[in-house]
Design a binder for this molecule. Structure first.
Ligand code: SF4
Length: 328
């Protein structure tokens, strides 16, 4: 059986169940790279172009690891847009070319273009191209894709119940993970999924907060209509899909009486983060903390900042200080 490698980075956290189910239906064996570790990061930093943001550098490391796993194909889709009139960060558009230029002797790269901004026609063509690469007829490809969509929707339903995306993938695969218990302190945590749910990149921010007795709210746990409604209150529409969801989620969390404070996890070198983080910081009235991470970030500093933020929120709650600014 032929093997297809899927790197455990970037849109893995959003779409792994879809693509795993798709390739499995067609009889391929899906091989993932390991969860991010120091070697993957070091290799990625060495192989990637200097200007790349941290998650892109890490992705190079994942692809490099897969190269040594004897796979026949590596799945590196060119993500342009996943919904009408909105786009994914431009770094995703050139990713397959950047990776090919940076890592030599790769197995065959499946670089289908995902661009749903212009309707379904182009996407059907790309699926047909994928069929040619895999030597499978179009009818089978369509069947596999419909099956994969069903699996994907069931994974999304799991994520909504209160899990992180990486936990939801595990639950979707049959692992038993109990939902975190409710605790008195509630914090909304935002960030691109590929940095937030990657324990190495985010230094397990979510697990650390839970360990400090915090109930963590994520974008995935909020109603989609509510997020979109809040995002639409901005004077100009944010055309980055993930950026818009983050702003909408932050504004929704800001109004939610259940949430005491908001943390935004940004990545060093990320253009959209520098803008979206700033917009959120200016708009929200609740206590807000911006954490910027890169390969040099120390874990001790992150723990100190999380503890200080939680202590401050707990103190405010106890004294019922409300959300007056710290200066008055
Ligand atoms: S949105 Fe930011 S973190 Fe994500 S790929 Fe683009 S530059 Fe990198």
């Amino acid at each position: 059986m032929k093997k297809v490698g899927i790197p455990q980075g970037l849109f893995y956290y959003y779409y792994y169940p879809l693509w795993e189910a798709f390739f499995r239906f067609l009889g391929l064996v899906v091989v993932r790279s390991s969860p991010t570790n120091k070697k993957i990061v070091d290799d990625g930093v060495t192989l990637a172009v200097d200007e790349a943001c941290f998650p892109i550098k890490v992705y190079y490391g994942h692809v490099n690891e897969l190269k040594g796993k004897g796979v026949d194909y590596i799945f590196l889709p060119r993500l342009v847009s996943i919904e009408p009139k909105s786009y994914i960060c431009p770094k995703f558009m050139g990713l397959p070319d950047m990776i090919r230029a940076g890592i030599k002797d790769l197995p065959e790269v499946i670089d289908i273009t995902v661009d749903l901004s212009r309707g379904d026609k182009g996407w059907q063509k790309e699926l047909a191209r994928l069929g040619k690469i895999l030597n499978v007829n179009y009818r089978q490809i369509k069947k596999a894709y419909n099956y994969a969509l069903e699996e994907y929707f069931s994974y999304r339903m799991i994520a909504r119940q209160g899990y992180t995306r990486d936990e939801a993938i595990k639950v979707w695969q049959g692992e038993e993970i109990s939902l975190p218990l409710d605790t008195p302190l509630h914090i909304g945590v935002l960030g691109h999924g590929y940095s937030l749910y990657d324990d190495f990149i985010s230094m397990s921010v979510i697990k650390k907060l839970r360990g400090m007795g915090v109930k963590v709210y994520l974008s995935e746990h909020l109603p989609t209509e509510g997020i979109e409604k809040e995002a639409s209150t901005l004077p100009k529409r944010v055309f980055w899909t993930l950026g818009r969801k983050m702003v909408g989620s932050a504004l929704y969390m800001d109004k939610s009486p259940d949430i005491d404070g908001i943390i935004y996890v940004a990545c060093f070198g990320c253009g959209p983060d520098s803008l979206i983080g700033e917009v959120i910081e200016r708009k929200v009235k609740k206590p807000f903390m911006l954490l910027t991470l890169d390969e040099h970030t120390g874990e001790g500093g992150i723990i100190t900042r999380l503890e200080a933020f939680c202590d401050m929120l707990a103190r405010r709650k106890k004294r019922d200080e409300g959300y007056l600014p710290c200066y008055g």
